[in-house]
Design a protein around this ligand. Sequence first.
Ligand SMILES: Cc1cc2nc3c(=O)[nH]c(=O)nc-3n(C[C@H](O)[C@H](O)[C@H](O)COP(=O)(O)OP(=O)(O)OC[C@H]3O[C@@H](n4cnc5c(N)ncnc54)[C@H](O)[C@@H]3O)c2cc1C
Ligand SMILES: NC(=O)c1ccc[n+]([C@@H]2O[C@H](COP(=O)([O-])OP(=O)(O)OC[C@H]3O[C@@H](n4cnc5c(N)ncnc54)[C@H](O)[C@@H]3O)[C@@H](O)[C@H]2O)c1
Length: 449
Amino acid sequence: MEIRKFDVVVIGSGTAGQTVATTCAKNGLNVAIADNRVFGGTCANRGCDPKKVLLAATEAIHISNNLQGKGIDTLPQLNWGNLQKFKKKFTKAVPAGTESKLNDLGIHLYHQSPKFIDKNTLKIEGKTVKAAKIVIATGQVPRPLHFKGSQFLKTSDDFLNLKKLPKHITCIGAGYIGMEFAHIAARSGAKITIIDNGKRPLNAFDPDLVELLVSVSKSIGIEFIFNSDVTQIKKLRKNLKITYTKKGKKKELKSRFVLNTSGRIPAINQLDLDKGNVAYSKKGILVNKHLQNPTNSNVYACGDVSDHSLALTPLSGLEGIVVAENIIHGNRKEIEATKIPSTVFTLPHLASVGLTESEAKKRYKNIIINYESVPQWFNAKRLQSKAYAYKLIINKLTNHIVGAHLLSENAGETINLFALAINNEISAEALKRTIFTYPSFSYDIKSML
Ligand SMILES: Cc1cc2nc3c(=O)[nH]c(=O)nc-3n(C[C@H](O)[C@H](O)[C@H](O)COP(=O)(O)OP(=O)(O)OC[C@H]3O[C@@H](n4cnc5c(N)ncnc54)[C@H](O)[C@@H]3O)c2cc1C
Ligand SMILES: NC(=O)c1ccc[n+]([C@@H]2O[C@H](COP(=O)([O-])OP(=O)(O)OC[C@H]3O[C@@H](n4cnc5c(N)ncnc54)[C@H](O)[C@@H]3O)[C@@H](O)[C@H]2O)c1
């Protein structure tokens, strides 16, 4: 049987996989890439980008609602069907565009999941393929939940493709996806309930700012049920009946559509990793500082699927570059300890970079915490925003900002200035001295400092 040989085979065509494949190909390596779904990955096809397109229309609703009677008389009417058509204009072009970009670089494309046969050999599309280096960049998939009726659960993919918005949606999980989708759906006219088995949403974010976000969320009709476990979903004629337990008591609610937003797990179960002697854990493919697998040095992993990665697009891209450079030049690049900014695209946004208050207290002896809720500031008032707050954490000794946490209409943008300051050790004083445009959210940084 003919055996096809490549320098590099990349599994997964998302941000991480594409970055590795294109960089290696541009450097003269013979590359193949495989994906078992449409090419282009989660972010562009069924994640960040389509979500942000849906969000744009709800931003119009949000701002109009806030300014009703203050210059806005007639509220805009959201047309979910047309919004979905608009969104499709973005997503439809992604798979073919990605394939053509990869083809143009001479990269061989496979459209199935490879399986390891041994350390350097894969079976793909029924063929045996050998590669000097194999890169696993398969991302994550929704965490399966196991209870009676869990087959009725829908995923983020289903939500993003909804032709009609259900009257009532329940999200199981108050993380990034649950909170962002709840805000989109609530402003589009649906009634939302979020059930979480924890005591609050968005665990990794500052508790004071999250509390304010919860209160805004409630004001747009989102209902929260915390410390609760869903035990069963039963199909009724039109609705689904959700049974859950809270403090040992059995409770029920009815909903048209139940979304599993309880987190995502590494997409590794189709790869036969044991045959390739590839070490992995529940968190993903194990990697060292060069993003190389400790038990099979021919294998690298990057993006969401690696065991230490935060599931964020910019980090997946960064890791893709590290892997590509290590394959091309030998292991010379390590993953840098950059502070990665992150935004929950609710309205207002919740954004964060660097240490949380509790992390900073453990790490530094003397810190300054500037925490304030400032709905009276001009930028909040002109937009009639229900919440504007910040928490900055500064190392007293060096005057460097070590953590920034923002809740504002523009936090997703403003946080990038803090990422710049933290990662480049620009002092709080230097940031305060810098001239920013006025009136802008960036200008507010001066008052925060
Ligand atoms: C709804 C949603 C919204 C998000 N919003 C944001 C956001 O606003 N900002 C942000 O930074 N991040 C966001 N994320 C996270 C972001 O999408 C991921 O961090 C990013 O896409 C990861 O890139 P990746 O290349 O590691 O993996 P992916 O983009 O997931 O790519 C992995 C690819 O591997 C393929 N694959 C999987 N298994 C196999 C297999 N066995 N064989 C072959 N191919 C396989 C998949 O089909 C996929 O194309 C969001 C995620 C979701 C789900
Ligand atoms: N704006 C962004 O950058 C963005 C947006 C979406 C997703 N993402 C990335 O994707 C990842 C996955 O997002 P996600 O929202 O799916 O997960 P998540 O980890 O953010 O949140 C999962 C939530 O589900 C809850 N949960 C877990 N098991 C549960 C159960 N059995 N019952 C009830 N609640 C349960 C958790 O307590 C948590 O609040 C994120 O961690 C993030 O890195 C990023």
